[in-house]
Design a protein around this ligand. Structure first.
Ligand code: PMV
Length: 323
C-alpha cells in the first residue's frame, strides 16, 4: 500500500488581480488531503465501485498522465478541507493521488514536486474545461509560500514556468517562492468558512463585467497589486503588523470589486478585534475568510459565534509528500 498527503492553500493577496496578470501570494496550510492506493480485485473509491465518469480528474491522472494499465486499484481519500470553498481541495486531491500512485509504482524513487505541480495542473485543467490557474496546484505541490504571476516578481525565487491552452488562448504563468522568516511562526491563520461554496467561475465573470461597465474600477485592481507588493515585503521581513494591515487593505479593495458578501464581512469583522488583519480569501461570493493572529483560539471562537466554521494553521506548511 502507498499513501501520500497534499496540503490545501490559502490566498493571502492578489485573488482576482492574478487573472489580469498581477501577482498572487498563497501559503500551504496544515490541513489537506490524504490518499492511499493499493492493488485490489476491482476498482474502488472509498470501498465503493469506482465510476470513471463521476471522477474525470482522478481518471485523467491514472489513465492519461500515468498511463496506468496495471491491476485494479483501491483508492481511499480523507480530506480535512472544506470543499468548494477556495481552500484548494481539488488541487490537493490531484497532488495526493499523483504522489500516492507514483510511490505505489516506483517505491524507491522520490517524488519530483515540480513534476507533481504540472501533473496536477493538467488534471485540474481537464476537470475545469481548460481554465485553471496554477495557484492551487503549485502551492499544494511545493508547500511554503508561493507567488504566481505573469512575470518575475522582485524578492522571490523563480521555480518554474507553466502554460495552458485555454478557450481564450494560451496563458503563461511564472511560479516563484518566498522563504518565510522564523518570526512568521509566531502567527497563525484562522480560516473561517461562511457555510456556502465559492463559485469561482461566476465571481471571475462578475469582476470582468464590472470592469467592462465601469473601467474606473481598474483603480481597485491596481490597488490590490500595490497591496500585494507591500504584503509580500512584510511577509519576507517577518513584519506581522504590516502583513495584517495589508490584509485589511486587501479586503477593502475586494469589497469595492463587489466580491465580498455579508456573511464574509461579518466573519472578518468578528475576527478583527483579536487579529493583526483579516480579509476574504479566494474568489469570494461565499467560501472563506482568513485572519492573521497570535491568538487562534480566541479568533476561532469569535468566528463560530458569528456563524462561521473555523480551522487554524501555521503559515507555509510542507508540500505534497509520500507517507
Ligand atoms: O478558487 P479560489 O477561491 O481559490 O480562488 C480563485 C482565485 C481567483 O483569482 C479569483 C481566480 C483564479 O483563477 O486565480
Amino acid at each position: 500500500m502507498a499513501s501520500a498527503f497534499a496540503p490545501g492553500k490559502c490566498i493571502l493577496f492578489g485573488e482576482h488581480a492574478v487573472v489580469f496578470g498581477y501577482p498572487a501570494v498563497a501559503v500551504a496550510i496544515e490541513q489537506g488531503v490524504h490518499v492511499t492506493v493499493e492493488n485490489s480485485s476491482e476498482w474502488t473509491l472509498e470501498g465503493i465501485p469506482f465510476d470513471p465518469s463521476r471522477h474525470p480528474h482522478i481518471t485523467h491522472i491514472i489513465k492519461e498522465l500515468f498511463e496506468y494499465e496495471g491491476p485494479p486499484l483501491s483508492l481511499n481519500v480523507q480530506s480535512s478541507l472544506f470543499s468548494a470553498a477556495g481552500m484548494g481541495s481539488s488541487a490537493a486531491l490531484s497532488n495526493a493521488i499523483g504522489a500516492a500512485l507514483h510511490s505505489h509504482l516506483n517505491p524507491t524513487e522520490p517524488i519530483d514536486r515540480i513534476k507533481m505541480a504540472k501533473m496536477a495542473h493538467s488534471a485540474e485543467a481537464t476537470a475545469q474545461k481548460g481554465r485553471a490557474s496554477p495557484t492551487d496546484t503549485a502551492t499544494s505541490a511545493l508547500g511554503g509560500c508561493v507567488v504566481v504571476s505573469g512575470g518575475h516578481v522582485d524578492g522571490t525565487r523563480h521555480v518554474f514556468d507553466t502554460s495552458l491552452l485555454t478557450p481564450e488562448g494560451k496563458r503563461k504563468w511564472s511560479i516563484n517562492v518566498v522563504d518565510l522568516p522564523a518570526s512568521v511562526s509566531d502567527a497563525w491563520l484562522v480560516i473561517g468558512y461562511s457555510g456556502k461554496g465559492s463559485p469561482t467561475g461566476r465571481m471571475v465573470a462578475k469582476v470582468a463585467r464590472l470592469l467592462s461597465d465601469r473601467p474606473e474600477r481598474f483603480e481597485d485592481m491596481e490597488a490590490i497589486a500595490n497591496i500585494t507588493t507591500a504584503g509580500l515585503t512584510a511577509l519576507s521581513a517577518g513584519n506581522l503588523d504590516a502583513l495584517g494591515m495589508a490584509m485589511d487593505a486587501c479586503h477593502e479593495s475586494l469589497q469595492r470589486l463587489e466580491v465580498s458578501n455579508s456573511a464574509l464581512d461579518r466573519l472578518v469583522e468578528a475576527a478583527r478585534p483579536h487579529s493583526l488583519g483579516a480579509k476574504l480569501t479566494g474568489a469570494g461570493g461565499g467560501g472563506c475568510m482568513v485572519a492573521l493572529t497570535k491568538n487562534p483560539k480566541r479568533v476561532s471562537g469569535a468566528i463560530e459565534v458569528a456563524g462561521g466554521r473555523p480551522l487554524y494553521t501555521k503559515l507555509g506548511s510542507g508540500g505534497v509528500r509520500v507517507l
